[in-house]
Design a protein around this ligand. Structure first.
Ligand SMILES: C[S@@+](CC[C@H](N)C(=O)[O-])C[C@H]1O[C@@H](n2cnc3c(N)ncnc32)[C@H](O)[C@@H]1O
Length: 279
């Protein structure tokens, strides 16, 4: 089976159930879910372990402009676009995630800058009438949808020649793959897609996780002109300590300098960061 269509027949309900059961980053804080302290800690932890996100999103750049976010999860980036003055419209498949993102907008007094629709971005024009946005942003989302190419095609209609797409999808050739193969002691290279999908998230068993190479990314972004494409993010923390909210480097990373890590991230990062415009 073509690895780029491996999950095409997975029902969207399976994806929705997975993210409803455990919304992305919901355990990033131990404070009471839905409180300001909780959301503050979620953001702190997220941008501490993934510092490339604010650099990639460039939140202040979109002040006074319109942002369409696909798959906002519990809304960490959503809030930051709005906090910096953007008008954000978000689509989220998981009702439970969307409810938390809405609650978050309320907690920070940003409801007038954030509109969240619950729905499947593969059916985007049925959810949101077509109109142009300055930025179309989607971080770590469309690779979890059974037919991500449908989303990529819809998004073009929400852009003009002046709009930009900023997208993160997972990278197939990554340190994450090495780590999973080591942990599972599974070295059969024909099992790459299955191994990555099952272990891609904090909770095992994601029903859909595609990963991309340069070639498959080009195919996905048919009709776009890629301005920049780079890899980022290797998770270097000791996982057991991390689960206890402690930060200690895993032994294999303890002797690696930040400059060496930065080099390795450009070759083996798990996050493929893409900036594109209409072609
Ligand atoms: C890994 S989380 C990322 C959430 C958020 N972008 C972030 O960075 O915190 C993936 C999110 O994509 C959403 N998602 C997956 N497929 C979707 C689809 N077809 N339409 C809308 N949202 C989708 C999931 O419900 C989940 O909240």
């Amino acid at each position: 089976m073509d690895p780029d269509q491996l999950f095409a027949t997975v029902p969207i309900a399976a994806v929705r159930n997975f993210w409803d059961a455990r919304p992305c980053n919901i355990r990033h804080s131990t404070k009471e879910v839905g409180t300001r302290e909780y959301f503050d800690e979620v953001e702190q932890r997220k941008y501490f372990v993934e510092p490339h996100i604010p650099r990639f999103a460039e939140f202040p750049r979109w002040a006074g402009r319109t942002v369409l976010e696909i798959g906002c999860g519990i809304g960490t980036d959503t809030i930051n676009f709005a906090r910096h003055g953007a008008q954000v419209t978000a689509i989220e498949l998981s009702e439970r995630s969307a409810a938390l993102a809405r609650r978050r907008a309320d907690v920070y007094g940003l409801t007038d800058r954030i509109t969240i629709h619950v729905g499947n971005a593969e059916e985007l024009p049925d959810i949101l009438p077509v109109r142009p946005f300055d930025l179309v942003y989607s971080f770590g989302v469309i690779h979890h949808s059974p037919q991500p190419w449908r989303i990529a095609a819809h998004l073009r209609r929400y852009m003009t020649a002046a709009s930009e797409l900023r997208l993160m999808v997972y990278s197939r050739v990554s340190y994450k793959l090495f780590r999973i193969m080591r942990e599972e002691n599974a070295w059969d290279m024909s099992r790459i897609d299955e191994l990555l999908a099952r272990n891609s998230e904090a909770q095992v068993g994601s029903p859909v996780t595609y990963t991309y190479t340069d070639a498959s990314l080009r195919q996905l972004l048919d009709g776009y002109r890629v301005l920049e494409r780079r890899k980022a993010h290797i998770f270097t923390w000791d996982v057991d300590a991390y689960r206890r909210y402690e930060y200690r480097k895993a032994p294999e990373w303890a002797n690696v300098s930040s400059a060496e890590l930065a080099d390795l991230e450009t070759e083996l990062g798990w996050h493929l960061l893409v900036r594109a415009v209409l072609s």
